[in-house]
Write a protein that binds this ligand. Structure first.
Ligand SMILES: Nc1ncnc2c1ncn2[C@@H]1O[C@H](COP(=O)(O)OP(=O)(O)OP(=O)(O)O)[C@@H](O)[C@H]1O
Ligand SMILES: [Mg+2]
Length: 321
């Protein structure tokens, strides 16, 4: 990753839809060769931001620079240098894999001479070899996602904008998709660029966020956390996280929340994580014995208990409150 050269810069970026503020004065910078995650709940302004970065939507205020150019004024020069996989990406279901790639290649203005080589490269990159003649509608969600990514990189863009590229895809396919992204950012985009591709990706998945070099977390149009996963954990978590494996996690959450709500124990958060419970509070070393007592009195057995490194999910739940 090249920390010195910005690929995308937004300053005071704002979008109003009538009197509704969808994006409110956000600032961020994405460096070349970086995977930048843009996270936020439904309706928080992610797609609106991407569409402004791509010059598809005019900002109400603020400025955007992409590859050193003005996103709005220089949109025509930027377009051939960026790739976009939209949230409801538009593959043609009745076309085969190869027909879709030919269509996108032509749309990106690739010459007849270049097209076969680029398509081959994309098929290979996405592991779609052998599926060239499959109808797109017959591919599973994970393979369709890979095809959409292949279509978005045929013209070897320097910056890739991916809007929830892995929504609704199983964990193994998501992992495979991220392996592809890693390969892209470590491979030069073309002869002129030194580093690899820069990726701006929106997601709801916290495990994917942990894999980004840096992130911004957007809520109701405002950035509430920004930096590397490690930086964000340090900035945002005042307390420590205690992970408890109780005999009955649902009952344990109930007991601990009651203890918090009555003012008996000073927790910031008590959250259920499958069969585990995460309790967040400062001074956890001292609190552990009081938690043990509380649970024991409710006849809940503690199978395991330890202070852990907070996950991004812990951090975001804490930030969103
Ligand atoms: N063209 C529009 N006109 C009016 N309101 C809009 C328009 N586009 C988006 N919005 C509103 O702006 C807010 C942000 O929408 P956006 O699509 O950017 O959210 P998102 O973070 O991408 O959500 P999701 O995770 O569901 O994709 C929402 O409240 C949405 O209803
Ligand atoms: Mg969206």
């Amino acid at each position: 990753m090249n920390n010195k050269i910005p690929a995308v810069t937004a300053r005071g970026l704002t979008k109003y839809f009538g009197d509704f503020t969808a994006v409110n004065e956000i600032d961020f910078e994405v460096c070349r060769g970086e995977i930048f995650g843009f996270l936020g709940p439904n309706g928080s302004g992610k797609t609106t931001t991407i569409r402004m970065l791509l010059g598809l939507l005019q900002p109400s205020a603020g400025s955007i620079s992409v590859l050193g150019l003005d996103a709005h004024g220089d949109a025509a020069s930027i377009r051939p240098r960026v790739g976009y996989m939209s949230q409801r990406f538009s593959l043609y279901n009745d076309l085969t894999v190869i027909q879709n790639l030919k269509f996108y290649g032509a749309a990106y203005g690739l010459s007849e001479a270049l097209l076969p080589e680029r398509i081959q490269e994309a098929l290979q990159m996405a592991g779609l070899e052998g599926r060239e003649y499959a109808k797109t509608k017959d591919l599973s969600g994970g393979w369709r996602q890979r095809l959409a990514l292949s279509a978005a990189i045929l013209h070897r863009p320097e910056v890739l904008f991916l809007d929830e590229p892995t929504a609704g895809v199983d964990p193994i396919s998501r992992r495979a998709f991220w392996d592809l992204l890693y390969r892209l950012v470590t491979t030069p985009a073309n002869e002129e660029t030194q580093g690899g591709v820069t990726v701006f990706v929106t997601t709801h998945y916290m495990d994917e966020a942990e894999h980004c070099h840096r992130l911004a977390f957007i809520q109701r149009g405002e950035i509430i956390a920004y930096g590397s996963p490690k930086d964000i954990k340090h900035q945002k978590m005042s307390g420590q996280v205690l992970e408890i494996a109780p005999s009955n996690a649902v009952a344990a959450v109930k007991v601990l929340r009651e203890a918090r709500d009555s003012g008996k124990l000073p927790f910031d958060e008590v959250e259920l994580y499958g069969a585990l419970v995460h309790v967040v509070a400062p001074g956890m070393e001292e609190l552990q014995s009081r938690i043990t007592t509380e649970l024991r009195q409710a006849s809940i057995h503690i199978e395991q208990m330890q202070i852990i490194e907070p996950s991004l999910e812990d951090v975001f739940i804490a930030s969103m409150r």
